[in-house]
Design a protein around this ligand. Structure first.
Ligand SMILES: [Zn+2]
Length: 427
């Protein structure tokens, strides 16, 4: 199959391109980019006039819930949400039931995604068997089955010896260890950020120090072991400073930030009257943290924006703030939030946004995508910068409705995805 995407504005930070270029995809890979390409005989043509054309966007932190919690999300609904949200690929975390800690589970995810997927699915395997934190999982076996990184996400890798061995062993396969950074003793039974607002509201807090301490420890381990280390959903100013310093020292440390930590603070928990759509882990932090994360987007110390898409059933979220599970959905809001709230006011450029959402996650996970260089996979996202949307959770493709952004009006939206030269059509 041959596809010509014609008349758009191509933004590909991997090649420093921002130009009115057409993209020709043949046999699944980029065959040519340039001005006014002629469609070969029999080619399908996608008219992209007025659209921005980018390398396919990648959300490297998603919970698809299958196997085991299909009432929350399935690989089918999760990848439909990804496609609707402008993503051509997601990486899915290992805290399914059973846990993705061995080859058979990784193979199941890859097979389900191939049968039902509206986006590419890259499994993240567990670091420890059963996420129990005791014994290394079968990392090599899972890499063989398609795993692209390893994480006990949902929980930290608590034992320093296990983190050290994971960093050492993962080097044989060139894959990153992705840490959900949280010192469990310090975070205790906290349900929101520990600060002025938790004190006023009388809710137990999770100090920023719980994240900082865990990452400081891990960076020392990284210095000792080598390997690649990635901080998931980084949320504090000091933690970002630790990662920044580690990069300056030449360590292979990277990090991601989620849209909610860039746009909301702990104050929202008070103003939102304890809506459980404001309960996530790590929690919404202080304004000073938010400002530091925004500065990190602009100066390059934040590598990736990832949604931490964590669907829960409405009944699970419909309880007291302290009893509800942590997490919000994000696949169908991330792109519009980034375009309207970050690119719109000039906090970052459109090219930097594409870097954060595509080139960089591909680099962290070692994927061949995230670029439209000739010969790369033909994964493309189309964006409409002018389209205004109002976030309506009842219309999500995801089974999850748990978002704090319902009712927000945003300018800029995904307008379509293409995977391997095949336009994705949602029924
Ligand atoms: Zn997490």
């Amino acid at each position: 199959m041959t596809l010509l995407i014609r008349g758009g504005r191509l933004i590909d930070p991997s090649q420093e391109i921002d130009a009115a270029f057409d993209v020709l995809i043949a046999d699944g890979v980029v065959a040519a980019i340039g001005e006014r390409l002629e469609p070969p005989a029999g080619a399908e043509v996608v008219e992209a006039a007025g659209r921005v054309v980018t390398p396919g966007l990648i959300d490297m932190h998603v919970h698809l819930r299958e196997p085991g919690q299909e009432y929350k999300e399935t690989i089918r609904t999760g990848t439909m949400a990804a496609a609707a949200g402008g993503f051509t690929a997601v990486a899915c975390m290992a805290n399914t039931k059973p846990v993705n800690d061995e080859r058979s589970v990784t193979e199941f995810i890859v097979a389900e995604a191939a049968r039902h997927g509206f986006a590419r699915v890259h499994p993240i395997g567990a670091v420890s068997k059963g996420l129990a934190g005791d014994e290394l999982a079968e990392i090599g076996e899972m890499v063989g089955a398609g795993a692209v990184g390893f994480s006990d996400d949902g929980k930290p890798v608590r034992h320093p010896g296990l983190m050290l061995r994971a960093l050492q062993y993962s080097q044989h396969f060139g894959v990153p260890i992705i840490q959900h950074a949280q010192d469990m003793e310090l975070s205790g039974d906290g349900v929101m950020h520990e600060g002025v607002w938790s004190t006023r509201l009388g809710l137990p807090g999770i100090p920023g120090l719980a994240e900082d301490l865990n990452v400081a420890r891990d960076l020392l381990l990284l210095e000792e072991s080598g390997g690649r280390y990635h901080v998931a959903h980084l949320s504090t100013a000091r933690c970002l400073e630790l990662v920044r310093q580690a990069k300056h020292r030449g360590l292979a440390a990277t990090c991601e930030v989620s849209p909610h930590h860039l746009l909301l603070t702990d104050r929202a928990v008070a103003e939102g009257e304890f809506s459980t759509h404001l309960k996530m882990n790590p929690p919404l932090r202080a304004e000073s943290d938010r400002q530091a994360l925004l500065a990190g987007l602009a100066d390059g110390s934040v590598d990736v924006i990832a949604s931490d898409h964590a669907p829960h059933h409405v009944d699970e979220k419909d309880q007291q703030f302290s009893a509800a599970p942590f997490g919000i959905v994000g696949l169908e809001t991330t792109v519009s939030l980034v375009l309207d709230r970050l690119v719109g006011p000039g906090l970052i450029s459109l090219s930097r946004a594409v870097e954060l959402l595509s080139c960089a996650p591909a680099r962290v996970l070692g994927l061949p995508t995230g670029t439209l260089k000739v010969g790369a996979p033909g994964d493309v996202t189309l964006l409409d910068l002018e389209q205004a949307i109002t976030v309506d959770p009842s219309r999500f493709r995801s089974k999850g409705r748990n978002t704090p952004f319902g009712g927000w009006t945003l300018r800029g939206a995904p307008a379509g995805t293409v995977i391997g030269g095949r336009p994705i059509r949602l029924a």
